[in-house]
Design a protein around this ligand. Sequence first.
Ligand SMILES: *[C@@H]1O[C@H](CO)[C@@H](O)[C@H](O)[C@H]1NC(C)=O
Ligand SMILES: *[C@@H]1O[C@H](CO)[C@@H](O)[C@H](O)[C@H]1NC(C)=O
Ligand SMILES: *[C@@H]1O[C@H](CO)[C@@H](O)[C@H](O)[C@H]1NC(C)=O
Ligand SMILES: *[C@@H]1O[C@H](CO)[C@@H](O)[C@H](O)[C@H]1NC(C)=O
Length: 551
Amino acid sequence: MNALTFLIRIILASFLNFQARVASQFVPPNFGEEGAWQLLQENIGISAMHMQLLRNDKVIMFDRTDFGPSNLSLPGGRCRMDPSDSALTVDCTAHSILYDIPSNTFRPLMVETDTWCSSGSVLPNGTLVQSGGFNDGELRIRMFTPCWDQGCDWLEFPNYLLERRWYSTNQILPDGRIIVVGGRKQFNYEFYPRNPTNNLTQAFFLTFLQETTDPSENNLYPFLHLLPDGNLFIFANTRSILFDYNQNLVLKEFPRIPGEDPRNYPSTGSSVLLPLDDNKPCTEAEIMICGGAPQASFKQAQQGTFIQALTTCGRIKPTDPNPTWVMETMPMPRVMGDMLLLPTGDVIIINGVASGTAGWNHGRQAVLSPLVYHPSTRQFTMMSSASRPRVYHSSAVLLSDGRVLVGGSNPHMKYNFSSGVEFPTDLSLEAFSPPYLSPEFNEVRGRITSTTCNSFLGYRMVCDITFTVRNYMSAREVSVRLVAPSFTTHSFAMNQRMVVLNLVGVTHVGAHTYYATVVGPSSPQIAPPGFYLLFLLHAGIPTTATWLQLL
Ligand SMILES: *[C@@H]1O[C@H](CO)[C@@H](O)[C@H](O)[C@H]1NC(C)=O
Ligand SMILES: *[C@@H]1O[C@H](CO)[C@@H](O)[C@H](O)[C@H]1NC(C)=O
Ligand SMILES: *[C@@H]1O[C@H](CO)[C@@H](O)[C@H](O)[C@H]1NC(C)=O
Ligand SMILES: *[C@@H]1O[C@H](CO)[C@@H](O)[C@H](O)[C@H]1NC(C)=O
């Protein structure tokens, strides 16, 4: 990117920022087909390795306690005394923050033990449960309940987990429990809350996790997706299964992904469950996995040779009687890309590098341009380039206004700001605005003003979503969908899903005012209970979301 385009982006960014506060007095320039980048914060003090959007439009972020001193002090002169910390036994700096989206401000939070390479899910009541980490944090869970004042902070529960969970993956289940799967040298899974009646002292063994572990003991952060029949799709490296976690039963193994190249850490690809459509009998689900790195990459990177990452994506419908992979080719190779569902149902692939793998300093050639993939036309569109590389330990989440928040990037064992390293630690936050946010679409962009379900939505319950739009087209152009916000780390957005709601009709009620009558999801298997973003699409352009609690 040359200096002029950079300057234009900065100006654009400040316009956008301004517009967010002073609704449409200023008309920022259109940014059309390629989207636009905005620098939100140069320095949040920590490197956003893990991120989760909460129901109050705040994003909780954390890195690890053994990174050494961060660039943000703990509040009130507090310090963490931790004799087992490998970097610093007395640390008066924060390793977690709470970022407030509307005001673009943040405050430090206190984690007491190491959260490095951990996992998380939000409970149906909106409380985040984070699980595991490293060292003194590996058996802990930590909870964070969002609040509307400055009062809330992490609560930690020592020795809660049955096994150490470092690089494991979580999924919220239809009954509101959380399943925690795998982790380094962990070929088993367990649940939050621990089963109170059985008083289990052992996790459930799962051979598949052992079988898919490569010679360097890696198949970390397996991809988990909850399917409409209530079973789990679990993918590790090249293999995948349909898994009944209630009976500890592998119901089916799917064909290996073509090419035999691994897709999980350190060959970190990414994966999404494509939008589920509740207008159809919702028995069909499709999963898409993109990028990764050839088997030899990790060893080669350790020796200073950086092999090209994978260019392929695979799509599979695990709900078909005889599922097969359909392969696609991205315009460029990518490992450590983050795949997120956009409100339109398109998939954005953002962050990552074109050669090497995940792990300390093992990636090269940052890929600055996100791709937007359209599942129905199977086309990839290249977006405008970011100014900063987001390599290992970076993350991305979808925001309620439709932007994608991006942060983190630190391939070093400590914070390392040295100009002598290829990718210095990044402490910034940026937002990417996909093309649908361009002001040229404002005439057809709706605005949700109220709902008859008053922020609650029951299964199969009817709800009217009132919205205004200047240039209404037709009911055929309206679609309403729920998005479950993800816990993102290591290029996987855990718990992410989209359900397109059954639309009964659209009624004209007044000047530029309409309501869309929708029906709540048909089952908790399709959409587990919890807080969702509800987006209304008109003419392909999403509103800002409103939060609904599905119960
Ligand atoms: C962060 O803190 C370190 C140590 O205090 C300092 O050297 C560095 O310049 C700071 N980096 C940024 C980006 O503020
Ligand atoms: C949600 O449930 C958990 C587990 O019972 C509890 O610890 C937490 O306080 C609850 N959060 C809210 C907001 O009620
Ligand atoms: C659960 O099992 C542990 C270890 O066997 C035991 O110490 C504890 O008392 C048991 N708790 C209950 C409620 O049975
Ligand atoms: C940063 O990384 C380089 C290369 O690994 C290393 O030589 C240097 O000591 C590191 N600096 C810090 C502050 O850790």
